[in-house]
Design a protein around this ligand. Structure first.
Ligand SMILES: Nc1nc2c(ncn2[C@@H]2O[C@H](COP(=O)(O)OP(=O)(O)OP(=O)(O)O)[C@@H](O)[C@H]2O)c(=O)[nH]1
Length: 300
């Protein structure tokens, strides 16, 4: 299976969406059609290895972090051009379509539904129209339409993955919250469409400076969020400062007008026993400190 979460291409860097890479016709895929986390709907796993494991344990190819999934639950095997599913004596079983009994080992046919815990996959090939449909739905669900960045829902699910990963490996993890200063006056002076164009331009500036492993998203309105894996508070503040000065130096061009904006940045770093909400809150409090104390600055 292609490791969708660590394999970045140009499109990934623009959208922050790993799964939306170019498909090869005939390529076997599992597509999530039912999941406990809404943002996972339509997610595609390409089965390009001879064996693909599915389970709750982080060392599986497809990780389903749910209590009703066994640590090592099932294995998908490519044999002579056919795909087989093997249940690894899981506690709650592996089901195909409407079967009421768990499978032990069975060949999958295109279009079959595979139920593992509370996730249902559909087995499709790269050329299936249905796969394309699921991809479009998925893209719409996790992308911000104006900037093409990850939306808030996607940022949440990325952080939900990054927080346990950072804890497991004893690595640092930081978050930047960025907000355009006095953006209301950009809209009021130049109009909403120009405001939209500034938001798109800003997304491009931030994205170009960040590394492929950093995750940029639009948190809402004129507020953006950057997830910085393996980054200390100190280094995150330096990156925030670089972004701030890049934006300050940039002239956005819309309808022959040069528009200048600045951003305020709040930095938060993962501390022991912090939840996702705590991490956002810390960065948000720092952002409001930056706003309160003069704007166009980074606080941490
Ligand atoms: N053009 C455009 N404007 C947006 C969008 N989303 C939010 N805004 C605008 O962003 C502005 C945010 O205004 P405020 O929350 O008052 O903040 P501000 O003017 O940026 O001031 P400070 O944040 O305090 O520096 C409002 O005018 C919103 O209409 C959008 O998608 N497009």
């Amino acid at each position: 299976m292609r490791a969708v979460d660590h394999d970045y291409d140009v499109q990934t860097r623009v959208t922050g969406l790993d799964e939306l890479r170019v498909r090869r016709p005939g390529e076997a895929c599992l597509v999530v059609i039912h999941a406990p986390v809404q943002a996972d709907l339509g997610r595609r796993y390409v089965l390009d290895k001879s064996e693909t494991t599915v389970g709750r344990g982080r060392d599986n190819d497809i990780v389903l972090p749910s209590d009703c999934v066994s640590r090592r639950h099932a294995r998908l095997e490519q044999r002579g051009g056919n795909l087989f599913v093997v249940d690894l004596v899981s506690t709650n079983g592996t089901y195909i379509n409407d079967d009421v009994h768990t499978v032990r080992e069975r060949q999958l046919q295109r279009g079959d539904r595979l139920k593992i815990g509370d996730t249902i996959f559909k087995y499709l090939s790269g050329s299936d129209i249905e796969l394309q449909y699921h991809e479009i739905i998925h893209r719409m669900a996790v992308t911000d339409g104006l900037t093409d960045l990850a939306n808030r829902k996607r940022l949440d699910s990325l952080l939900e993955e990054e927080i346990p990963r950072a804890r497991r490996h004893g690595r640092e993890l930081s978050v930047l919250m960025l907000d355009i200063d006095h953006f209301k006056s950009v809209n009021d002076t130049h109009g909403h469409l120009t405001g939209d164009s500034v938001l798109r331009g800003l997304a491009g500036i931030l994205q170009r400076r960040l590394r492929p492993s950093d995750r940029l998203g639009r948190y809402g309105g004129e507020e953006f969020c950057v997830i910085l894996p393996e980054t200390s508070l100190h280094n995150a503040a330096k990156i925030g400062e670089e972004l701030r000065s890049l934006v300050e130096a940039h002239a956005f061009v819309a309808e022959d007008k040069n528009i200048r904006v600045t951003i305020s940045v709040g930095v938060g770093s993962l501390q022991e026993s912090m939840s996702l909400a705590d991490l956002y809150k810390t960065a948000d409090e720092m952002l409001y400190k930056a706003k309160r104390t003069g704007r166009n600055k980074v606080c941490h």
